[in-house]
Structures are given as C-alpha cells and as structure tokens.
Design a protein around this ligand. Structure first.
Ligand SMILES: *[C@@H]1O[C@H](CO)[C@@H](O)[C@H](O)[C@H]1NC(C)=O
Ligand SMILES: *[C@@H]1O[C@H](CO)[C@@H](O)[C@H](O)[C@H]1NC(C)=O
Ligand SMILES: *[C@@H]1O[C@H](CO)[C@@H](O)[C@H](O)[C@H]1NC(C)=O
Ligand SMILES: *[C@@H]1O[C@H](CO)[C@@H](O)[C@H](O)[C@H]1NC(C)=O
Ligand SMILES: *[C@@H]1O[C@H](CO)[C@@H](O)[C@H](O)[C@H]1NC(C)=O
Ligand SMILES: *[C@@H]1O[C@H](CO)[C@@H](O)[C@H](O)[C@H]1NC(C)=O
Ligand SMILES: *[C@@H]1O[C@H](CO)[C@@H](O)[C@H](O)[C@H]1NC(C)=O
Ligand SMILES: *[C@@H]1O[C@H](CO)[C@@H](O)[C@H](O)[C@H]1NC(C)=O
Length: 459
C-alpha cells in the first residue's frame, strides 16, 4: 500500500518544482503583489514605480495606497486585457503623454485622492471604452476643454472635492456622450456657470449633474435653473437640498441655502412661472423588444385645446405634423405609439403639452427600457422544464413506492386498475401544458405603466 504511493508523491513533487518555471514563461507575480485569476493587487505595497513585470492577462490592476507621483508613457501597454485601473490614494501630480497608449480597453479609472492639478486634454485620449472616471479629492484647478472628447462610452465622471472654477460644459452635446448619467462637480469653486451651455446639456446629464457646495453667486438665472431641476424631482437636488448654497455679494454679505430660504429670489421672473401649474410626472416603462408601446401625455393641463411635442432619445422631436415615420405615431390626444420597439428605442421620452391660449406648459417624462426577450423566455422555458421534471419524478415516486406499502397488507393479486389510469406520461404532459400556457400568458403580459414616481405642482 505505502509502496504504491511513492511514485504518485514523486510526481507531485516534480510538478511542484516545475510549476514556477512553467509560470515564469507567462509573467511572474511581483513579490509585493497578490495575483489571483484576472486580478493583480499591489495596494499598500510602498511602491513608487511600476513593477517591471506584471501579469499580462490581468483585467484589474490595483495600485491604490502607494507612493506613485507620476505615470510614464506606455506604462500599461503590456496588459492588453486591462479594464480596471485603481490608483486612488497616491501622490500623482501629472500624467505624461501616452500613459494609456495601447491600453484602450480601460473601462474604469480611479485616480481619486491624488495630487492632480490640471486635467490636460491628452490624459484620457483614445479611451473610447472608458465608462467611469474617478478624479475626486485631487487639487484640480483647471480642466482643459476637450478632455471628454471621444470618450463616448462615459457613464459616470467624478470631479468632486477639487478647486475647479470653470468646466467645459459645451463639450457635452446631444449625441456626444449618450450614456453619461452622472457628472459630479460638487464641492468645487465655481462662482458662476455658463448657464446657456448648462441648459443645453442633454436631459440625462442635467438629471445627474451635481453642483452643490460650490461658491455660486446668487442670481436669478442660477436660481431658475435649480428651481426647475428641483421641480422635476431630480435626486441631485433632493438629496442635497441643504448643501445648495449661494453667496450674496451685495450689502449684507453672506451665504444662503437658496433652495430652502428663497426670499431673496422673490423678484426673479422664475416666481412668475411658479404660479403656473407646471407639472412634471416621472414614470418608467419596461417592454420586450418587438412589443408596441403607448406613452400617454396626461399632465395637469386639462384643456381640450392642447398641442403636444415629444422629444425622443433616438428620433429627436416628434410633433403632429412632423411624423413621417410609419413605426411611430402621435395621436391628437398626445399619446405616442411606437410599434415594434427596438432595444435602441430605450431612453428618456419627454412630452410637453402646451396650452397656447393660457400660455401654460406641462411636461411628462417617461423612462422607457426595451430589453431583449430571448433571455426571459428562455428562463421561463427552463423553469417550466424543471417543474415538469420534478413533477414527473414525484409522480413516479408516488406510483412505484405506494404499491410497496400495499404489499405489506398482504393483498396479492393483479395490479390495481387505478395504476393504469395514472399513466405518468399523460399526467405530466397535462401538467406541463398547463404551465406552458401560464408562461405564454406571462410573456404576453401587457405593458404596465408604473405609478408616477414624483409629481410636483407649483404653488
Ligand atoms: C501599440 O500601439 C501602436 C499604435 O498606437 C502599435 O503600433 C503597436 O504595435 C502597439 N504595441 C503593442 C505592444 O500592442
Ligand atoms: C464643501 O466643500 C469643501 C471644500 O470645497 C469641503 O471641505 C467640505 O467638506 C464640503 N462640504 C460638504 C458638505 O460636502
Ligand atoms: C424686490 O423689488 C422691490 C421693489 O422693486 C424692492 O423694494 C426689493 O428690495 C427687491 N428685493 C430684492 C431682494 O431685491
Ligand atoms: C415624408 O412624407 C412625404 C409625403 O408625406 C414624402 O414625400 C417623403 O418622401 C417622406 N419622407 C420620408 C423620409 O419618409
Ligand atoms: C389617445 O388616442 C389613441 C387613439 O385614438 C388611443 O388609443 C389612446 O388610448 C388615447 N389615449 C388617451 C390617454 O386617451
Ligand atoms: C438601432 O437599431 C437599428 C436596427 O436594429 C440600427 O439600424 C441602428 O443603427 C441602431 N441605432 C443605434 C444608434 O444603435
Ligand atoms: C412652453 O413651450 C413652448 C414651446 O415648447 C416654449 O416656446 C415656451 O417657452 C414654453 N413656455 C414656458 C413657460 O415654459
Ligand atoms: C431608466 O431605467 C433604466 C432601467 O431601469 C435605468 O437604468 C435608468 O437609470 C433609468 N433612467 C433614468 C433617467 O431614470
């Protein structure tokens, strides 16, 4: 017995001895790092330079809490699969030209809590897959104009806790960053914003624009912008009402929490809008691709003489006279119908109802999500199949285990008639077909309009 084990043990030892050599042909893990599957973690390792050899196959590289002060050109060009770069809590002041050359797979870059001063236009050039950029808690005073150009996959950008006085809002236009839903510029040093550019930002960006705790100077334009965002129920405003502060420059200097104490703005024209019943209703709709949807434009306005305009994410403005599309129609009552929805019909639909006579407007926003039906139908089918199998097994167990108990009663004879009636195949097929019917009903369920999440009326 023991003799038979020795060859196996020897083989194991030999393998253990060979393993490091086999591995070194890929790339060794630096001694101060931990390398697991697709992740290399060298955080809190006292590093000030990139280790010479890093595993080439890493998707995530964690270099946070070290002493890096700069990054050189092509630093990551031997890591073609790199998607996540974590470099928070270092001493980085600047990035040299071409740092991310050949690292265009990057999707998340965390450079928060560093010492960056100027975000130069070349920093993130070519990173068209970049989704998340964390630059908060640096010493940034300047953001160069075309920093975001070409970064068309961006979803979230964090510039909070810096010393930024100007931001190039004009660089974000209707189709330049279609997925951008978060732009955090809170806790900076902006005294006034280019309001025309901010007003022109896509609705989704406005909805995710954080501007609280800046050094804004109180004026009517500023107040009217925030007032409208507040009215729409945007979380950016709702969650930070008290942190929205502006500075009065006039005689009694000071700062006020302008969303809570708005006496100062009584003379602004925005107050005249307050007296109008402007309503913003938010709702969400989920449909499978191919289904048709009806988006109604019911607002607080109940005049019979309303005109309606829809702003759609993929087709722009839709009015009664402009629809030339056979797949999309606008009814005179404001209802928008999309036949055969596609995944890329998803997005925020905004309807404006205008009462021309009384000069009143009201808005309704609907967040439409179109998803591919295949996965859900497959799942339902799979669950049904599983249910059938379990039922069949249970029936079989019932059929073949029960006669056993009866045999204890010592009642020999021909097999009881009921057994023939309980043909397992017919039984299970009856059960399965009924559950399939259920699945079909579920898949065909109608579009459900959720209750309006927020509805606010001017007072
Ligand atoms: C890096 O990118 C350049 C073009 O920008 C290319 O010529 C070169 O082959 C790439 N190097 C690697 C290691 O992929
Ligand atoms: C406001 O910003 C300052 C720096 O500009 C920061 O120190 C402070 O923590 C911020 N306050 C809040 C409530 O975010
Ligand atoms: C608003 O206008 C009135 C009259 O024009 C003026 O007396 C008052 O000081 C103004 N209030 C503010 C806060 O400017
Ligand atoms: C729009 O409709 C007009 C006539 O109603 C037609 O001549 C034109 O070709 C249509 N345009 C498109 C892009 O379908
Ligand atoms: C608007 O009209 C269309 C077509 O006539 C109808 O299907 C829809 O239900 C109407 N919407 C409302 C809210 O009445
Ligand atoms: C939307 O889908 C259609 C057809 O599936 C396609 O032709 C079009 O390019 C897509 N548009 C976008 C912006 O993805
Ligand atoms: C109402 O909408 C029209 C057209 O959409 C616009 O010109 C007008 O400025 C809006 N009025 C208000 C008070 O928002
Ligand atoms: C719309 O709905 C989708 C899916 O639930 C969600 O991811 C997205 O954030 C929503 N957009 C807005 C603007 O609420």
């Amino acid at each position: 017995m023991t003799c038979g084990l020795y060859p196996g043990l020897l083989l194991l030892l030999l393998l253990l001895l060979l393993l490091p050599h086999l591995h070194s042909s890929v790339k060794t893990c630096p001694p101060m790092c931990l390398c697991v599957s697709d992740t290399t973690s060298c955080s809190s390792s006292g590093l000030s330079k990139l280790p010479l050899s890093l595993p080439t196959f890493s998707v995530t590289l964690d270099l946070s809490h070290n002493h890096f002060s700069w990054l050189g050109p092509g630093n990551f060009n031997k890591m073609p699969r790199l998607e996540n770069l974590r470099m928070a809590h270092n001493q980085i002041i600047t990035l040299t030209n071409g740092v991310f050359r050949n690292a265009s797979g990057l999707r998340h870059i965390d450079l928060s809590s560093n010492k960056l001063r100027v975000v130069e236009h070349h920093y993130f050039q070519g990173l068209w897959r970049l989704e998340e950029l964390l630059l908060f808690n640096n010493k940034i005073t300047q953001v160069e104009a075309n920093i975001l150009s070409g970064l068309s996959s961006l979803k979230k950008v964090y510039f909070s806790l810096n010393q930024i006085t100007h931001f190039p809002f004009f660089a974000i236009q209707d189709h330049s960053h279609p997925f951008l839903t978060m732009l955090d510029l809170s806790s900076n040093r902006m005294t006034s914003l280019p309001w025309e550019d901010v007003k022109a930002l896509p609705r989704l960006v406005q909805r995710g624009l954080y501007l609280h705790n800046n050094s804004l100077i109180c004026d009517c334009t500023m107040y009217s912008m925030f007032w409208h965002w507040d009215l729409r129920g945007y979380d950016t405003i709702k969650h930070f009402t008290a942190e929205h502060i502006c500075t009065i420059t006039g005689e009694p200097q000071g700062s006020i929490q302008f969303l809570q104490y708005n006496r100062f703005f009584h003379n602004c024209t925005v107050e005249k809008v307050v007296s109008q019943p402007v309503t913003v209703l938010l709702s969400s709709v989920f449909v499978s691709q191919g289904e048709s949807i009806h988006l109604d434009c019911q607002t607080s306005l109940n005049s019979t003489d309303l005109s309606f305009t829809w702003l759609s994410p993929s087709r722009g403005y839709i009015t009664l006279t402009s629809t030339n599309d056979t797949l999309i129609s606008l009814f005179p009552n404001g209802t928008l119908e999309i036949q055969a929805t596609k995944v890329n019909d998803s997005g925020l639909y905004v309807c404006t109802a205008v009462d021309v006579k009384q000069e009143l407007n009201a808005t309704r926003e609907v967040n439409v999500t179109v998803h591919l039906p295949t996965t859900e139908i497959f799942n339902t089918g799979y669950t049904t199949l599983l249910g059938c199998m379990v039922t069949t097994i249970l029936i079989l167990m019932y059929l073949y285990l029960t006669p056993c108990r009866c045999s204890c009663c010592k009642q020999p004879g021909p097999p009881a008639i009921p057994i023939a009636a309980y043909d397992p195949s017919t039984l299970s097929s009856v059960f399965c077909s009924s559950s399939r019917e259920q699945a079909v009903i579920q898949a065909n369920k109608h579009v459900a309009f959720m209750e309006p999440m927020a509805g606010e009326e001017g007072t």
